[in-house]
Design a protein around this ligand. Sequence first.
Ligand code: AKB
Length: 333
Amino acid sequence: MLFKSLVRHCATIYQRRFNHRSHPRILITGGCGQLGVPLAKRLRELYGRESVVLSDIVRPSDELLEQGIYRYADVLDLKQVQELLVNNQIDWLIHLSALLSAVGERDVPLAMKLNIEGTHNILELARKYKCRLFIPSTIGAFGPDSPRNPTPDFCIQRPRTIYGVSKVHAELLGEYFHHRYGVDFRCLRFPGIISADTKPGGGTTDYAIEIFHEALKTGSYKCYLRGDTRLPMMWIDDCIQSIVSIMETPSNQLKQRTYNVSAMSFTPDELAKAIQKYKPKFRISSEPDDRQKIADSWPEVFDDHNAREHWNWNPKVDLDGLVQRMFAYLEKQ
Ligand code: AKB
């Protein structure tokens, strides 16, 4: 009896929060990348097909168009995103548009424009329209002066990439907007995300996906990082679940607005060994390039105990699970 009335009470509060709708309406920016497509799919399963608007500046595939609403939106054009937000009565903004670490270093002015100016526009819209706002951050928000093993939520952050600098900027500005204007800002620092059906867009951790494609195509892989370079990583389904979980957590349960999340840490050599369980003849070699310096400045092991304690973050997939899932998907293709 008591339980039933508690559930009714929570449902009432939730509906009031979303203007008497039972589900939030969500806008995802930069949605055609590695995270946006699977995230939109999961959110549509949870809240309904019409509740999620996926946006980007790229031409979507037919398959993507069939999955639900897709709109052109350039985050550098505030009015355009504003129109989309107003016309679709958006409650949650999920801002994924960004240039990643390796490509950011190759075009710093563009990275500054997209990652910093784009974030300013989104923050301003979240403030104006009282949207719950999610912006992903990264292990790249730390630098060579941060403790690397383990790296806690709160420590010195002096990243040496424009990507990292722009993400610290987003973390700090988001938290400032939260304290100053009450914006319901939420941010997770992600490790390298491994996915089978969507590709990453120019990060330092991309090797951990390329290696599987080369293992199947040629049986060997020349890695741009040294074999002993340890970095935190996560399987895509855990990443998507972490976004859903933090977005669904009641605001007063969050004791901080930016959290580390991680699932595992491995080196290219350790990943190659795990691959050899499936492909015994697989060989790895290494020819480090400019990405080595970036990786050497990043956390090796991420301390995410606050996320685990505050909102029950609990990743499901470890290194063996990840390798098994990658091969299961790629061999089917
Ligand atoms: C990158 O390598 O740039 C990203 C990240 C760790 O944020 N995958």
